[in-house]
Write a new protein. Structure first.
Length: 451
């Protein structure tokens, strides 16, 4: 059978398609998504050995629910068979990620490589082709502002964007690195500050840069809000955009009070890109022409609108090199199809998010959780970890590793150096237990602070 050729779309075409979709009726966008789904499934069956085998018994006239759900462990186990490009291998991508100078580069000139944050304990490598990246960028450009006046203020005041994300092959920092490589003239307008930096250094750079847009994890921005209230940070962003963690109402209020402007969030993941944008009514509207989200129970049966799901099944219609089709994600959501009132007719959802804890120490220093994760992610042999704050300056490190003693020693040394750099002197002890999920929610926290 002749292999299907992957369709490519530049940024201009992706922007045009997004604008055109905004002018469609809900029925028109749904029809478009269904057409893209059939093309994606056909492409996956012909080019991915994994999906070719999975869909062997698929009827000729199938529906979405006829497609068997997939999960991270199964896909990770057959990584090379999962990809639709037979010239790319798991070994090659692993070597590519080892070289930090590759951040923002396209592997083989074709694919951006990202890693997930491992919110369930196990990171995943994800490839985007340029079309997938352009679609993600277009959705962000066209739909990221809940209010038109915020976009106008952003443009009028200089378009300087500062983000505080974990530096590495993550969706946030990796996308920024990619843009700066493509458009080096933006270096004076875009800045990503690593969450692992001491907060004093972050404050200093933000004061010099004076961002018009401030982005980052809610936990990190919460610390910056405290710096602003203390008089050490002096910025006035027109808009503050959060992502990567749940934005709680109390944190949103704290950010609004500290920075002024408009505070909003989105719903994204590495596997799906930016899946939902927030409107003025604080509803997360689905980018439904490119993303399918099914709210399901534990047995993958659909749950009605207005009911909390046990998880979701995600289908990313833009990613053809590494198809995610009915992919299990452990997020719990409530789906809505009723009218929102903001003018957007796309379905919207509420999400029960996972949020690690901020570490607060006797010295008055505060450390955001993803800074800790970014430090330990690079420890060789460390499969999973959990850092539990027992007392203000006493931490328990629980690890899962093939050689626990050696790995613990490396991890403990890295953490000690990191905390000293941030002005904290702590005692770290080895946990007797393995990393634990929460017994009620089933969610996993890498960092558990004092309550």
């Amino acid at each position: 059978m002749k292999k299907r050729k992957m369709e490519e779309s530049g940024l201009a075409k992706a922007l045009l398609m997004t604008v055109q979709a905004d002018r469609m009726t809900p029925a028109g966008r749904q029809k478009l998504a269904e057409e893209r789904l059939r093309k994606l499934v056909a492409y996956a069956r012909q080019n991915s050995p994994y999906y070719s085998n999975l869909y062997k018994g698929l009827p000729e006239k199938w529906e979405l629910t006829d497609l068997p759900p997939v999960n991270k462990p199964d896909l990770m186990a057959g990584f090379d068979q999962w990809l639709t490009d037979r010239s790319v291998s798991e070994e090659e991508t692993a070597l590519f990620i080892e070289d930090k100078s590759n951040m923002g580069k396209c592997m083989n000139g074709r694919y951006l490589v990202f890693t997930t944050s491992g919110s369930t304990g196990f990171p995943l490598t994800v490839l985007y082709d340029k079309t997938c990246m352009n679609i993600s960028s277009a959705l962000s450009v066209i739909r990221s502002y809940a209010r038109k006046e915020d976009m106008a203020a952003f443009i009028k005041n200089g378009k300087r964007t500062a983000s505080i994300f974990a530096e590495g092959f993550y969706l946030g920092s990796g996308s920024i690195a990619y843009q700066l490589r493509r458009m080096p003239w933006k270096k004076g307008l875009m800045k990503n500050l690593d969450v692992r930096m001491p907060i004093t250094d972050i404050v200093e750079q933000l004061n010099r840069f004076s961002p018009v847009m401030l982005g980052g994890y809610p936990s990190g921005l919460e610390l910056l809000a405290e710096e602003q209230e203390a008089g050490r940070l002096h910025i006035a962003p027109a808009v503050t955009m959060t992502g990567g963690e749940l934005l709680r109402d109390d944190v949103r209020e704290k950010l609004t009070k500290a920075f002024g402007g408009f505070v909003q969030t989105n719903y994204s993941c590495t596997e799906g890109g930016i899946m939902c944008h927030e409107c003025v009514n604080r509803h997360l509207h689905l980018n439904e022409e490119w993303i399918m989200i099914e709210a399901v129970d534990e047995e993958n049966h659909p749950v009605p609108d207005g009911t909390m799901s046990a998880k979701i099944l995600l289908t990313n219609l833009a990613n053809k090199v590494q198809p995610f089709i009915r992919y299990e994600v452990t997020d719990r959501i409530v789906m809505h199809h009723e009218a929102c009132g903001c003018g957007c007719q796309a379905p919207w959802l509420e999400i029960e998010g996972r949020r690690d804890d901020i570490l607060r120490f006797e010295e008055g220093v505060r450390i955001q959780p993803l800074a800790v994760y970014a430090q330990l992610k690079e420890v060789p042999g460390l499969k999973r970890f959990q850092l539990v704050q027992k007392e203000r300056n006493l931490l328990e490190l629980r690890i899962l590793a093939g050689d626990p003693r050696t790995v613990y020693q490396k991890a403990e040394r890295i953490l000690q150096d990191f905390f000293v750099t941030n002005g904290v002197h702590v005692t770290i002890c080895a946990g007797e237990e393995l990393p634990q999920i929460h017994p009620e929610s089933g969610k996993f926290k890498h960092v558990v602070g004092l309550k």
